[in-house]
Design a protein around this ligand. Structure first.
Ligand SMILES: Cc1cc2nc3c(=O)[nH]c(=O)nc-3n(C[C@H](O)[C@H](O)[C@H](O)COP(=O)(O)OP(=O)(O)OC[C@H]3O[C@@H](n4cnc5c(N)ncnc54)[C@H](O)[C@@H]3O)c2cc1C
Length: 530
């Protein structure tokens, strides 16, 4: 019998007879939840229930890396939108997040970027725990990775669960962008996950979670290989609606599955890994949040924690920087090359993440230029150390009540300055003499200046889909978890996902979320002698 069939039979048996209690309940099987659950389940004596609101991942839009955009707006994502934002000329940004086994790691653009040294050192200083610092996290990364690029034992791991390789079969465009970057003084590196993210940044090909042309989500890498075991129950289409408490002790969860409500107990702990929007939502609906606001919604208070839902952060990209090139050619719709660079030399860390991109998404202004799709080339500037902060608010006490996402993009004026400066970096690179044989002319933004350029930014910003920070780890009164990811003021409840980031990491957030899952497993294994 093949392994998938063994998994199917085993999981059918386990989910048909749910137990009243498991040692651990992990809620949400995204990037962090999968890593955590996979590590806990390695011990056959530990029983684990994994609850995921979405369904199975064995569909071509998920498995085929080139089809990832098809998941947007599909049943595989939550379909969140932020509130209309005056800083974006009234637009509301999509806030897609994965709703499927693997969460974001099943629907994302597959880029593997690990964050900057300063991100992790900041986690350590905020939490007061060196285990979150860069040197320690570098060890975690070596444990996580099965690196298939040029050997690099100092920075890269082999034999770990996550298959990572340099972006395969690059079209000529990524190499050209890197060449352009070099010609204006931005150095290139062997990959974006070692030396490059210890200093001022640079240019490189991207690393991706693709093996033999297939996506290797965090779920596929950590959890699926163990799903034939009796100690690991994976229940899909199970919506966690509330954490149950006995006084201040989390005792289990309430879920809705097949239109029925179930209450399931956790002997040791409940871990919320529902992502940076749904973790705060479930916390608040369980009575953990700002006392006054919960009171207005008549939600019985379990613990006053005013920081729940605050400190929301997201990276943004700006669409619309487009060049025409001499020979029409198909550019892949997933970025293959990346620049991390500073928009201001006085910054201590690169704050712009710029990706070479397809020419497909164009703005209204360009539609009358009569260009065919394949003759356009785009570089998308993005800001990955934004200063603007958003927040989440409940609109009602019921799980079906929508969560209000006030993303507040560009509310800090420094983010507009950084955005404009990041466009200038793109223009410098793409208009460099080195690119003349390739680039015919700049189409947008061209000579826009002042208010017109600011409007170009306001109209062109889209999410990078890196929501984070909304239940932050730290030691100030707005912190929600401590350095061991324990929710303050209650027992037996932890959070392991992007919401615990005190500050969103510099770059795409999947790999850092895997670190958070790994750290959670390390902490629980130590506490319970597993
Ligand atoms: C379109 C897109 C493209 C992206 N591209 C990249 C990229 O190329 N590289 C990169 O590094 N990052 C990328 N990201 C971001 C990255 O995928 C996320 O930051 C990361 O997956 C977050 O991990 P997490 O564990 O915090 O949450 P998630 O991965 O979102 O996992 C949360 C899980 O919890 C489940 N869940 C939520 N609420 C409930 C509930 N009430 N009951 C039960 N289950 C629930 C969700 O369905 C989901 O499976 C992208 C994200 C998106 C959406």
């Amino acid at each position: 019998m093949d392994f998938s069939e063994q998994v199917r039979i085993n999981q059918k048996r386990l989910t048909e007879k749910l137990k009243p209690q498991y040692d651990f309940i992990v809620c949400g099987l995204g990037s962090s939840g999968s890593a955590l659950a996979g590590r806990l389940a390695e011990n056959p004596n530990v029983s684990i229930l994994l609850l995921e609101a979405g369904g199975g991942d064995d569909v071509s839009s998920i498995m085929d890396p080139d089809r990832w955009l098809l998941n947007l707006g599909s049943e595989h994502e939550w379909g969140f939108s932020a509130q209309p934002n005056p800083n974006l000329n009234g637009r509301s940004l999509s806030q897609s997040m994965g709703k499927v086994l693997g969460g974001g790691s099943s629907i994302n653009a597959l880029m593997w970027t690990r964050g900057h040294r300063h991100d992790w050192d900041f986690f350590a200083s905020e939490s007061g725990d060196a285990a979150w610092g860069y040197e320690s996290v570098l060890n975690v990364y070596r444990r996580i990775e099965d690196w298939h690029g040029a050997p690099d034992p100092i920075y890269r791991g082999t034999g770990g669960p996550m298959f990572v390789q340099p972006s395969p079969n690059p079209n000529f465009a990524p190499a050209v962008m890197i060449e352009g970057a070099n010609s204006v003084g931005i150095p290139s590196f062997e990959n974006p996950n070692g030396r490059m993210m210890e200093g001022d940044g640079g240019a490189s090909m991207l690393d991706v979670i693709v093996r033999n042309g297939k996506r290797q989500s965090v779920f596929r890498s950590y959890v699926f290989p163990l799903m034939d075991r009796p100690n690991l129950t994976v229940l899909t289409r199970a919506l966690v609606t509330r954490v149950s408490f006995d006084g201040k002790r989390a005792t289990g969860v309430e879920i809705v599955c097949n239109d029925k409500i179930y209450r399931i107990g956790a002997e040791h702990e409940v871990v919320l890994s529902l992502g940076a929007i749904n973790t705060p939502k479930v916390l608040m609906q369980s009575g953990i949040g700002d006392q006054v606001e919960l009171g207005h919604l008549r939600i019985p208070l379990v613990q006053h924690l005013p920081g729940v839902g605050h400190n929301l952060q997201d990276h943004f990209l700006i669409y619309g920087c487009v060049w025409e090139y001499h020979q029409p050619s198909v550019i892949p719709n997933a970025a293959r090359a990346v620049l991390f660079w500073k928009t201001d030399p006085d910054l201590d860390t690169p704050n712009a993440q710029i990706v070479q991109s397809d020419g497909g998404r164009v703005r209204d202004e360009m539609k009358n230029l009569g260009l065919v799709n394949d003759s356009r080339w785009s570089i998308a500037p993005g800001i990955v150390r934004p200063k603007s902060r958003g927040r989440l608010r409940l609109t009602g006490p019921d799980p079906v009540d929508e969560i209000k996402i006030e993303l507040n993009t560009l509310s800090d004026p420094d983010d507009m300055k950084a955005a404009i400066a990041s466009i200038e970096i793109c223009r410098e690179v793409a208009n460099a003499t080195a690119l003349r044989p390739f680039v015919k002319r700049e189409l947008m933004p061209g000579n826009l200046k002042g208010m017109a350029l600011a409007d170009f930014v306001r109209d062109g910003i889209v999410t990078y889909w890196h929501q984070a920070g909304s239940a932050k780890m730290g030691r100030d009164p707005m912190s929600v978890v401590d350095s061991n990811l324990k929710v303050y003021g209650v027992n037996n409840l932890r959070i392991a996902d992007g919401s615990i980031m005190p500050r969103v990491t510099t770059g795409n957030t999947m790999a850092p979320c895997v670190v958070i899952g790994e750290r959670a497993a390390e902490i629980l294994k130590e506490q319970y002698n597993l």
